[in-house]
Design a protein around this ligand. Structure first.
Ligand code: SAH
Length: 442
């Protein structure tokens, strides 16, 4: 069947109407003519042939692009990806009746191998060979890969060594359905700048036959590794990491350097995955908030304390709140590493914490909020309005939830800056900075 693609939606899909049903077509651009086949039962649509391609279409530099689904925009010329992301943010603001000037998305000079964290799942293929990769979209089928366009090459090499060793040493990947086998996932976190690399091997049990030989061989062929952790996750869960950890080699964490500050990163703490763009993100956010030396700043959803620590020189005091205990422990060490004394960390739910600040009538001049993808809570936003900070810096990895949250703030605040930053080139995601100024303080 021959079709023409329409305007792309927020997930960069083209909705196609066929006999009263809507199908969402991935891997296309606007105004393309395609030959497609429809599977009415499964409600799926597949491209058979591109008849008339967009001028922005390029050949994806990855063999598993279509099955993996991680990079939704690898078929789009990079500058046009940035344009599409800007348009998406603009549209979201417009649809939610929020008036603001959205600046052009800031992209990368070299948008490849940018990830500092690599996480893969292990299994067998039909020939009973060990494979590792990501789950195919909406399935439990592993898309095997040996190299990924977004990953650091050192991480790829380490994962490939582990795959080879598992075959040689007959170490079984874990099978979730049968609940059999040992290795579930491997996570590699890396600081390119300091050349420190952490390998986390997630196993279903703490019994790891041949562990010492495995470790020796892994380290011998990957000199970049500075620490190895065995994480034990025996539960039937989609969560990757379990609670128990054994440090098999090195100090059990890595350090990284960001905006001239040093950071400790553990297995579980959140740390931005694109270090080059994180620097752009934090600098743009802080510069455009025009902080003053007398400001008290609240850094909510603070992770390992990065934003607060980087802002600490520019304000009088920072209060940081984060839910994950390991991240808070790292944040406290990070402040010490950088000899910063005007920062305080709290391990709490951000909503509960900010409501306590309101009850205590605490004076906060600037609120930085960087919540997870699902956004903040109504109660958090109400508390912000009561705290009445002069400025709010809202950093978000999902502008869809961010605009919904912004609706609660725009009666009292003017939006002065909206800057999307391309933290995740070739994927459908974009990070967005919004700075708001209180109407009464202008
Ligand atoms: N600002 C940090 C982290 C942002 S990611 C940075 O730029 O690196 C979001 C963080 O919010 C994660 O560290 C997550 O653990 C934390 N988080 C999630 N839910 C939370 C909650 N209810 N209260 C406080 N922190 C939360």
């Amino acid at each position: 069947m021959k079709i023409n693609t329409t305007k792309l939606n927020d997930f960069f899909q083209s909705p196609i109407e066929i006999s009263g049903k809507t199908y969402f077509l991935n891997n296309v651009l606007e105004n393309e003519t395609l030959e497609v086949s429809i599977n009415k039962e499964k409600r799926t649509i597949k491209i058979d042939k591109i008849i008339n391609a967009s001028k922005y279409r390029i050949k994806p530099k990855c063999d598993i692009y279509e099955t993996c689904g991680g990079c939704k925009l690898l078929h789009v010329e990079y500058n046009h990806q940035l344009y599409l992301k800007t348009e998406m943010v603009k549209r979201l603001f417009k649809e939610n009746n929020i008036k603001a000037t959205v600046l052009d998305t800031l992209g990368m000079d070299n948008p490849t191998e940018y990830r500092n964290k690599n996480q893969v799942v292990f299994g067998y293929n039909n020939q009973r060979k060990v494979v590792s990769g990501f789950y195919e979209e909406n399935t439990h089928k592993i898309v095997n890969f040996t190299t990924c366009y977004l990953q650091d090459k050192v991480s790829d090499k380490i994962v490939n060594t582990i795959k080879d060793l598992m075959m040689k040493m007959r170490i079984m990947p874990y099978d979730e359905d049968k609940q059999k086998g040992l290795i579930r996932h491997v996570m590699v976190k890396r600081s390119k700048l300091l050349n420190e690399t952490m390998v986390i091997i997630v196993t279903s049990s703490d019994v790891f036959p041949g562990r010492n030989n495995f470790l020796k061989a892994l380290l011998a062929s990957n000199k970049e590794i500075t620490t190895v952790i065995q994480n034990i996750n025996s539960r039937k869960t989609t969560q990757v990491l379990g609670d128990k950890e054994i440090v098999l080699f090195g100090k059990g964490y890595i350090n990284d350097c960001l905006c001239d500050k040093k950071f400790k990163i553990s297995s579980k703490s959140f740390y931005q995955i694109n270090p080059i763009q994180t620097k752009v993100l934090y600098q743009k956010a802080l510069d455009n908030a025009h902080l003053s030396k007398t400001d008290v700043l609240l850094d909510a959803y603070s992770g390992v304390g990065t934003i607060g620590i980087i802002a600490s020189d520019k304000v009088s005091k920072v209060i940081s709140v984060e839910l994950e205990k390991q991240a808070v422990n790292d944040a406290i060490i990070n402040a010490k590493l950088n000899n910063i004394k005007n920062i305080h960390f709290y391990n709490d739910d951000a909503t509960r914490f900010i409501n306590n600040l309101v009850n205590k009538k605490e004076k906060i001049d600037v609120v930085v909020m960087d919540p997870p993808r699902k956004g903040s809570t109504e109660s958090f936003l109400k508390a912000v309005l009561k705290l009445k900070p002069k400025k709010i810096i809202y950093i978000s990895c999902d502008p869809h939830t961010q605009v919904v949250d912004l609706k609660s703030l725009v009666n009292d605040y003017n939006i002065t800056y909206v800057q999307p930053v391309d933290m995740f080139p070739h994927t459908q995601h974009v990070e967005n900075i919004v700075v708001l100024n209180h109407k009464h303080y202008i």
